[in-house]
Design a protein around this ligand. Structure first.
Ligand SMILES: Cc1cc2nc3c(=O)[nH]c(=O)nc-3n(C[C@H](O)[C@H](O)[C@H](O)COP(=O)(O)OP(=O)(O)OC[C@H]3O[C@@H](n4cnc5c(N)ncnc54)[C@H](O)[C@@H]3O)c2cc1C
Length: 395
C-alpha cells in the first residue's frame, strides 16, 4: 500500500490542522482540580465545538451529521487530534461503537433519531455487554428481555459499563430466547438510561476514577422499535460492534505513544542514573530504542489494517492484531517510563504547569486495563488463531 497522502488528503489534513490550532483549548491544567462531572461537562462542550465545526463523525454519512469522508480521512482526523493534544470527545463509545452499529444494522427511523445526537454529544452512550458471569464468554449473558405487547421487559445486571454514570442511552445485549444455543437467543436493544428500573452504581478503579459501573435493570420497559437488527440475531450485531472496537480503538494512540516516547527520551537526558544521565545507561537505552521501534511498527500495522478495512468496508478479525499490539505496547512503554523515572514516576504532585503533572502514575495504572477492555489478549489470540490462521477453536 501507498502510505503517502493524496493531494486531497493533504488538503483535508491541512484544513483540519488549522482548525485544531485555532480551537483546541490551551488552558487544561485546571482539569486536575475539577470534579469528574465538571471535567465531563468540559469534554462535552469540546465535542460540541468539534461537531459545530463539522469535524465529528468524519466517515459517517452526511445526512446523519457526518462528513461522508473516507476511512483514511478518519484516520488522519484521529492522528491530528492526538498531534494537537486535543481533549478526547465525551461520547467515545457513541461515536466509536454505537453509531457505526446503528449505521450498519439500524432502521432508517433509528438512524434519524440517534445518530446526530451522538455526534453532537447531546446524548451520551454506554455499552452494556459484560455481566458478572459473562465477560470473555459474553454469549453466556443472562440479562433477559421478555416481550409484553409492544415492549420488552428487561431484568438483569451488567458490569464494567464505562460511562454508565454519565450515559443517557445504552446499547444493551439481552437474552430473548433461553431455549436455543446461547449465541442464537440474543438481541440488541437501545435503552433509555432514564427509564424507571435502571440503577447505576459506580465502581472505583485503582486510578481513583469511577470510569465504569454496575448497571441493574429491574422490569425496565423498552419499546420494540428499539431493537437493532433482528430479534435473536443480536450476536451478529454485537460482533459488528466489537470489530469496530478492536479495529479502530487504537487509531490515534500511535501519535500519543510517539509523544510519550519523545517526552521519555527528553527526560532520559536530564534524569541522573548512577551519576550520569539515564540516556547513557545501556539498559535504559536498549529499552527506549525497543519501544521506539515498536511505536513505528504499530503505525505501519495500523495503516495496513485500515487499508484492508477500506477495501472490505468493515473491520475484520485482523483488528485483534491491532488490539493486542497497542494494549501490550502501552504496558511495556509505561513500564519503561516507571523504570526511567524511578520514585518520581509515582508522584501525583509536582509542578502543576507541567504536562507531566501526575500523568505517568495515571498512565501506568490505567494501562493495566488495556489488555482486558474490548476483549482480553488471550481472547484476541484465540480469534487470530481461529479466524485468521484457520486453527481449530480453543473451546
Ligand atoms: C477499562 C475497562 C473498560 C470496560 N468497559 C466495558 C464497557 O463499557 N462495557 C462492557 O460491556 N464491558 C466493559 N469492560 C469489560 C470487558 O469487556 C471484560 O472485562 C472482558 O471482556 C473480560 O471479561 P471478564 O472481566 O469477565 O474476565 P473473564 O472472561 O472472566 O476472563 C478472566 C481471565 O480468563 C481468560 N480467559 C477467559 N476465557 C478464555 C479462553 N477461552 N481462552 C483463554 N483465556 C480465557 C481471560 O483472558 C482473563 O485473563 C471493560 C473492562 C475494562 C478493563
Amino acid at each position: 500500500m501507498d502510505l503517502n497522502l493524496t493531494r486531497e488528503e493533504t488538503r483535508f489534513r491541512d484544513e483540519l490542522r488549522a482548525w485544531l490550532a485555532a480551537h483546541v483549548p490551551r488552558d487544561r491544567d485546571h482539569a486536575r482540580e475539577q470534579s469528574v462531572e465538571e471535567h465531563f461537562a468540559f469534554l462535552r462542550g469540546w465535542q460540541r465545538t468539534v461537531f459545530d465545526g463539522g469535524w465529528a463523525g468524519i466517515s459517517w454519512p452526511r445526512e446523519y451529521g457526518g462528513r461522508g469522508a473516507s476511512l483514511m480521512e478518519q484516520v488522519i482526523f484521529w492522528q491530528e487530534m492526538a498531534l494537537a493534544n486535543a481533549p478526547p470527545m465525551a461520547n467515545v463509545l457513541g461515536i466509536g461503537l454505537v453509531g457505526p452499529t446503528v449505521i450498519a444494522f439500524g432502521t432508517e427511523a433509528q438512524k434519524a433519531r440517534y445518530l446526530r445526537k451522538i455526534l453532537s454529544g447531546e446524548e451520551i452512550w454506554c455499552q452494556g455487554f459484560s455481566e458478572p458471569n459473562a465477560g470473555s464468554d459474553f454469549a453466556g449473558l443472562q440479562t433477559e428481555a421478555r416481550l409484553e405487547g409492544t415492549h420488552y421487559v428487561v431484568n438483569g445486571q451488567k458490569v464494567w459499563t464505562s460511562f454508565g454514570w454519565a450515559a443517557d442511552w445504552c446499547q444493551l445485549v439481552v437474552r430473548t430466547d433461553p431455549n436455543v444455543p446461547k449465541h442464537k437467543g440474543l438481541t440488541v436493544l437501545l435503552v433509555d438510561m432514564k427509564s424507571p428500573g435502571v440503577e447505576v452504581r459506580p465502581l472505583r478503579q485503582m486510578t481513583g476514577e469511577t470510569e465504569f459501573n454496575e448497571v441493574f435493570f429491574r422490569d425496565v420497559r423498552v419499546p420494540i422499535e428499539n431493537v437493532v437488527g433482528k430479534v435473536n440475531q443480536g450476536w451478529d450485531v454485537a460482533i459488528g460492534t466489537l470489530m469496530h472496537e478492536r479495529g479502530t480503538l487504537g487509531a490515534g494512540m500511535q501519535v500519543t505513544y510517539k509523544r510519550n516516547m519523545d517526552r521519555l527520551i527528553a527526560l532520559s537526558r536530564t534524569i541522573q542514573r548512577n551519576g550520569r544521565p539515564a540516556a547513557q545507561d545501556p539498559l535504559i537505552r536498549q529499552k527506549l530504542a525497543q519501544c521506539y521501534a515498536e511505536v513505528h511498527i504499530m503505525h505501519t500495522n495500523q495503516m495496513r489494517a485500515f487499508s484492508r478495512i477500506s477495501a472490505a468496508g468493515v473491520p475484520g478479525p485482523e483488528g485483534s492484531i491491532q488490539k493486542i499490539f497497542w494494549s501490550e505496547l502501552n504496558q511495556r512503554l509505561q513500564q519503561v517510563a516507571q523504570e526511567l523515572l524511578g520514585p518520581y514516576g509515582q508522584l501525583e504532585g509536582g509542578d502543576p504547569r507541567s504536562i507531566d503533572h501526575g500523568a505517568w502514575a495515571y498512565g501506568y495504572l490505567r494501562a493495566r486495563g488495556n489488555t482486558i477492555e474490548a476483549g482480553t489478549s488471550e481472547i484476541q489470540r484465540n480469534i487470530i488463531g481461529h479466524f485468521v490462521l484457520g486453527l481449530p477453536r480453543s473451546y
